[in-house]
Design a protein around this ligand. Structure first.
Ligand code: PGA
Length: 247
């Protein structure tokens, strides 16, 4: 992949003042970036962040999207609404949503469909738990998760982004070794290839405690096309180092 993609996942962090300070610090360095950069922000701040990043090198992303198109779904936000704010990416199937909000593979596949239909690139997260890894089930789990999305979106599967996020590495400071991550990325790449001849276009990101010191080695792997960064995306210096490692 010629150009890497670095995406910040702010999760439920930030605030109006914090967001502006962080984004302005990032933007002050953006002339040097070679990687594509995006931030996935809490939905209530989409308008604020859209205003700050408009016309800049930072693309706007959301952290979720409703599986429904419109209607009586209190609290939900549709893909069309995200699009109204210039949203370019939406994370779907993050393990925190699978775990705390009971999202199934089928829900995640529908969410990806809604995003694509609105012209938003879904960042489809897959990843195994520690228990699944220890039971030797990593490949089976990630392939099952991705298969659901391929099944529902086969015709436009080259338009998605995939993020491999081992659940045991998220927010724990434990990172998959570059070799461990590469192995799973290669499996996902092969699965995408079997579904589409344009699979080379798909960015496959690594996520799970990516930081300023491990980013370079992870990003040097042949099938790691970028990162989905949580904690380290909240500190401008750390996020900038990761972006610099992606040159
Ligand atoms: P982390 O989060 O970088 O804090 O581990 C990554 C993610 O959950 O997307």
């Amino acid at each position: 992949m010629s150009q890497k993609l670095i995406v910040g996942n702010w999760k439920m962090n930030g605030g109006a003042e914090f967001n502006a300070t962080l984004l302005n610090a990032l933007l002050s360095q953006s002339a040097q970036w070679q990687a594509l950069v995006a931030v996935c922000v809490p939905s209530v701040y989409l308008g604020q962040v859209q205003h700050i990043v408009q016309g800049s090198a930072i693309a706007l992303g959301a952290q979720d999207v409703s599986a429904h198109e419109a209607g009586a779904y209190t609290g939900e936000i549709s893909a069309a609404m995200l699009k109204d704010f210039g949203t370019r990416y939406a994370i779907v199937g993050h393990s925190e949503r699978r775990q705390y909000h009971g999202e199934t593979d089928a829900t995640v596949a529908t969410k990806a469909q809604r995003a694509l239909a609105a012209g938003i690139t879904p960042i489809v997260c897959v990843g195994e738990t520690l228990e699944e890894r220890e039971a030797g089930r990593t490949e089976e789990v990630v392939k099952r998760q991705l298969a659901a999305v391929i099944h529902a979106n086969g015709h436009c599967i080259s338009e998605i982004v995939v993020a491999y996020e081992p659940v045991w590495a998220i927010g724990t400071g434990k990172t998959a070794t570059p070799e461990m991550a590469q192995q799973v990325h290669a499996v996902l790449r092969a699965q995408l290839h079997a579904a589409s001849e344009k699979a080379d276009r798909v960015h496959i990101l690594y996520g799970g405690s990516m930081n300023a010191s491990n980013a370079q080695q992870l990003l040097a792997q042949p099938d790691i096309d970028g990162g989905l960064v949580g904690g380290a995306a909240l500190k401008s210096a750390d996020f900038l180092s990761i972006i610099a490692a992606a040159q």
